[in-house]
Design a protein. Structure first.
Length: 291
């Protein structure tokens, strides 16, 4: 892949056309009772400042069915269309990854990327959707991006974010190309702020209770973010969690004295150490089946 399209749909959940959505549902569901139930969900409206307002557009805010309806809508509007476009129009290789309304597409040829972006805009307009003008970007990326940009006198290849990670055109210690993933800084800071807020409410809990809670939080964070090339971000996250815990314990009493030697004994007892838990993509996809 030499070009990446980082697409963002402007106000997607508020822009879903309910008439088209019902037509998509009827394509697979023959039971009108289910259709009427979904229609009631869509017409539920929103409650703003104590006043109810009906809505003829979008999916219901906060409803558990909204992500499901959004996926059904984009399946017909985007997924099936992409499959046909790739067969009929693409000259080179194309890969598309979609999670809810987050879309990333990779292209071998620049011409394919630009034609796809134009066709995607037209396709979305037919169903009431619009690509965000500033957040939707087409960037040069991949194995040869750094070399080509240096020949043109440009800087390093741009990065893009997807599902909590920043994707970077990096190099191994030997100097070979390597796709690197690192945790988004803003997402990490948001998680640390959440932990800090929780520790204020748990300040007077016993150390085993605090340690057990922090172990589940840090372990859950590592379970998602412990991908190859992200070890430094994992260590930084654990380091900041230790600092938050240390400050919380020192504030329990004005006479409290907590040395770092004692603190690190607590850390060794309760906090998991950062280590890569997920395999490299080549290992993950090289699966041997008994049959």
């Amino acid at each position: 892949m030499n070009w990446i399209l980082d697409a963002d749909i402007k106000g997607f959940f508020d822009a879903v056309n309910q008439d088209w959505l019902i037509r998509f549902l009827r394509h697979r569901i023959g039971d009108e009772r289910i259709i009427r139930l979904v229609q009631k969900w869509l017409k539920a409206g929103v409650l703003e400042e104590g006043q109810w307002q009906s809505s003829d557009m979008g999916t219901p805010q906060g409803a558990v069915i909204s992500p499901l309806l959004a996926n059904i809508y984009l399946h017909y509007v985007f997924d099936l269309w992409v499959k046909q476009w790739r067969k009929r129009e693409a000259k080179g290789k194309v890969i598309v990854v979609r999670y809810a309304d987050d879309i990333v597409a990779g292209f071998e040829l620049e011409t394919d990327a630009r034609r796809f972006l134009n066709a995607m805009r037209e396709r979305f307009e037919q169903f009431g959707l619009e690509l965000h003008g500033q957040k939707t970007r087409l960037i040069e990326f991949g194995r040869f991006a750094a070399y080509r940009r240096s020949r043109r006198g440009q800087g390093k290849p741009e990065t893009f974010t997807f599902l909590g990670f920043t994707f970077i055109c990096g190099k191994t210690r030997s100097g070979f190309y390597q796709l690197q993933r690192k945790t988004r800084t803003d997402r990490m800071n948001a998680k640390l702020l959440e932990i800090k807020t929780q520790m204020r409410t748990r300040m007077h809990e016993s150390i085993p209770e605090q340690g057990a809670w922090l172990r589940t939080v840090v372990g859950g964070y590592f379970a998602y973010h412990a991908v190859p090339t992200n070890a430094r971000a994992l260590s930084a996250f654990r380091f900041h969690v230790i600092g938050i815990w240390h400050k919380s314990l020192k504030r329990r009493s004005q006479r409290a004295t907590l040395t770092w030697e004692h603190m690190y004994r607590l850390v060794d007892d309760w906090l998991p150490t950062p280590k890569i838990l997920h395999p490299w993509p080549a290992q993950r996809f090289a699966v041997n089946h008994p049959r």
